[in-house]
Write a protein that binds this ligand. Structure first.
Ligand code: IOT
Ligand code: MG
Length: 485
C-alpha cells in the first residue's frame, strides 16, 4: 500500500516520456495513455488512482491534492471547464498539474511551487516529470514561466505560482502568475490578528488531515505543537506524534510535554547523528537541490520519514512557519530588518524545494505543511511585523493564537532549529574537521559535497542507496580546491 495521493508524474506529450532515471518516490507505477484529438499523452502516475481525470478533449493529471474541495483531478477538470486556466488562480492546494485542453498543454504549480514540476521542450512536443532526474542529459527550447535547474540535466522548472501554456501545434508559449507573495503589510488590531491567524491555521490543518489517521512530526516548538494540537482537535482517526533525536541532541522532553498534554500516540526515534549526515544522498535525491543550509534542515526530516515504522502515513509538519513570521531571525529586535528578511525569504524560496513531497514519498509517505496553506501564508506574510515580534517575543501572533491549546511552557519556548536540535550541523562540521579541514572551509565543503552528490543522483541518475557519503566527504576534503565563503 502507498499514500492515496498521486505524488509523481512522468509524461511525454507528442513526444516520448523522459528517458532518464526512475522517480525516487516509492509506490506503484500506474500507466497513463490519453489521446485528445491529434495529441497522445503517455507515461506514468505514481502511485494512486486519484491523479487522472478525462472528459472529451480535456485531460487533467494531478500530482498532489487540492484543498478547495474533494475530488482531486476531477475537481480541477470541472473547475477548468468553467474558468479555463483561471481555475489555477481559484483552486488552492499542494499540487503540480498537467492539463491537456485540445491542442494546448498547460503545466502548473501551486502558489508555493510545493510540488516541483520539470519540463523539456523537444521536437514535436514536451516531456514532463515531477523529478528532474527523470530526464536523460539533453537540452530544452526556452519556455516562459520556467527557470533552469542546477546541474547537468538541462531541464526547466515551472516557477512557483505559475501556469505555462504551450500550443502543441506551434506558436508562442505563454505563462501567467497564479499567486505572488504579498509585498504590502497590514496593521490589524492585535486581538483581531490573533483571531484571524487561529481561524486560518485551524482551517489549514483541518483541510489537510484527511479522514483517517494522521502523524505530526513534533519538535515541541510552537510551530509543530500548534499543528499537533489542531490535528488532535479535528482528526477523525488517531493522531500520532513523532520526535527524532540523535546521540548529538534531541528535543524529546519538549515534545513529550506536548504529546502528554494533547493525548497523542507518541513515538521517539533515536538514530546516530553520523547516519543523519550519511542520508545526504537521499536528501539530495529527494529535493534535487545543492543548497547545503537548506539540506541541513531537511536531512533530519528525510531520516525521520525513512525510519517511520508501518507506513504509509499522512504526515503534517510545522515546516515553513518561520519564513513568513521571521522565526529564523528570532534575535532580531528591530522591525525594519525583521520585515526585510521576511520579504527576502518570500522572494527567494522558489526552487529550494524544501516542501517537496518527495522528501516523505521516498519512504511512501504523504507530507503536507499547513503554514504554507495559501490563505494562511498570505495572511502571515501581510501581518505588520510588530505583530510578529511583540513584547520582546518572537512569533508573538502565532503563540497567542494557540495559547489555549498548549502548555504555557510550550507557548513560551524559544525556537531551536531542527538542524540544531538534532545536532546535524555540528556533526557534519565535526566529520569534516576530523578529516583535517580548516574551520573556514567547512561551509564551502558542505556545498561542494551537495553539488558532487547532485551531479550523481540527479545528473547521472545514480541511486542514493549505494552512494557512500563518507567517501564523497573524504574526496571533497582531499581533492577539491575549496574557497572560504
Ligand atoms: P524547524 O522549524 O526546527 O523544523 C521544521 C519542522 O520540522 C518542525 O515544525 C517540525 O514539524 C519538524 N521537526 C523539527 N525538529 C524535529 C524533531 N526533532 N523531531 C520531529 N520533527 C521535527 C528550518 C528549521 O529551523 O526547522 N525551517 C524553517 C526555515 C526554512 C528556511 N527556508 C527559507 N528561508 N526558504 C521553517 O520555516 O520551518
Ligand atoms: Mg519551525
Amino acid at each position: 500500500m502507498a499514500t492515496p495521493v498521486t505524488v509523481g508524474l512522468r509524461l511525454g506529450i507528442g513526444a516520448a516520456p523522459p528517458s532518464g532515471a526512475a522517480l525516487a518516490i516509492a509506490g506503484e507505477r500506474v500507466p497513463v495513455q490519453i489521446t485528445a484529438g491529434p495529441t497522445t499523452l503517455r507515461g506514468e502516475a505514481v502511485p494512486g488512482d486519484t491523479g487522472v481525470a478525462v472528459e472529451g478533449g480535456l485531460a487533467v493529471l494531478l500530482a498532489g491534492e487540492l484543498h478547495s474541495g474533494p475530488g482531486g483531478a476531477q475537481l480541477l477538470l470541472q473547475t477548468w471547464q468553467r474558468y479555463g486556466p483561471a481555475a489555477l488562480r481559484l483552486l488552492q492546494g499542494r499540487f503540480a498539474a498537467v492539463v491537456l485542453d485540445g491542442d494546448r498543454l498547460t503545466l502548473a504549480t501551486d502558489h508555493a511551487g510545493s510540488v516541483p514540476l520539470y519540463v523539456r521542450a523537444v521536437e514535436g512536443g514536451l516531456q514532463v516529470a515531477t523529478e528532474a532526474k527523470a530526464f536523460a542529459a539533453g537540452r530544452s527550447a526556452a519556455l516562459p514561466g520556467t527557470a533552469p535547474v542546477p546541474g547537468p540535466a538541462g531541464v526547466l522548472r515551472v516557477r512557483a505560482g505559475t501556469a505555462v501554456t504551450v500550443p502543441l501545434g506551434g506558436g508562442p508559449a505563454a505563462a501567467i502568475r497564479t499567486w505572488r507573495p504579498p509585498e504590502h503589510r497590514e496593521a490589524l488590531p492585535p486581538d483581531q490578528a490573533v483571531t484571524r491567524v487561529r481561524e486560518a491555521l485551524e482551517a489549514a490543518v483541518s483541510s489537510r488531515i484527511g479522514d483517517g489517521d494522521v502523524t505530526v512530526v513534533l519538535s515541541g516548538g510552537i510551530d509543530s505543537s500548534a499543528v499537533a494540537a489542531l490535528a488532535r482537535r479535528h482528526a477523525r482517526g488517531t493522531v500520532t506524534t513523532v520526535s527524532l533525536g540523535t546521540d548529538a541532541g534531541d528535543e524529546f522532553d519538549a515534545a513529550r510535554l506536548v504529546a502528554d498534554h494533547l493525548g497523542t500516540r507518541h513515538e521517539e526515534l533515536r538514530v546516530r547523528s553520523e547516519d543523519v549526515v550519511g542520508a545526504l544522498a537521499w536528501a539530495v535525491a529527494a529535493t534535487e537541490i545543492v543548497d547545503a543550509d537548506v539540506l541541513e534542515y531537511l536531512l533530519p526530516l528525510v531520516v525521520l520519514h525513512r525510519a517511520l515504522p508501518a507506513g504509509p502515513r499522512r504526515v503534517l509538519t510545522g515546516y515553513g512557519a518561520d519564513i513568513p513570521l521571521g522565526g529564523m531571525h528570532r534575535t532580531e529586535r528591530s522591525l525594519a530588518p525583521l520585515d526585510a528578511v521576511i520579504a527576502e525569504d518570500m522572494a527567494t524560496f522558489d526552487g529550494l524545494n524544501e516542501m517537496s513531497p518527495v522528501i516523505g514519498a521516498v519512504a511512501g509517505h504523504w507530507t503536507t505543511h499547513p503554514y504554507w496553506d495559501r490563505t494562511l501564508l498570505d495572511l502571515l506574510v501581510r501581518l505588520d511585523p510588530g505583530l510578529k515580534r511583540r513584547e520582546g517575543i518572537d512569533k508573538w501572533v502565532l503563540r497567542r493564537a494557540v495559547a489555549d491549546l498548549l502548555p504555557e511552557k510550550t507557548v513560551r519556548r524559544p525556537k531551536l532549529g531542527i538542524h540544531e536540535g538534532s545536532g546535524t550541523t555540528s556533526t557534519w562540521t565535526a566529520m569534516l574537521r576530523a578529516e583535517g579541514l580548516p574551520a573556514e572551509l567547512v561551509a564551502a565543503a558542505k556545498g561542494a559535497m551537495a553539488t558532487a552528490i547532485h551531479a550523481r543522483v540527479v545528473g547521472l541518475g545514480e541511486s542514493p542507496e549505494g552512494l557512500d557519503v563518507g567517501e564523497v566527504l573524504r574526496g571533497t576534503v582531499a581533492g577539491k580546491r575549496l574557497v572560504a565563503r
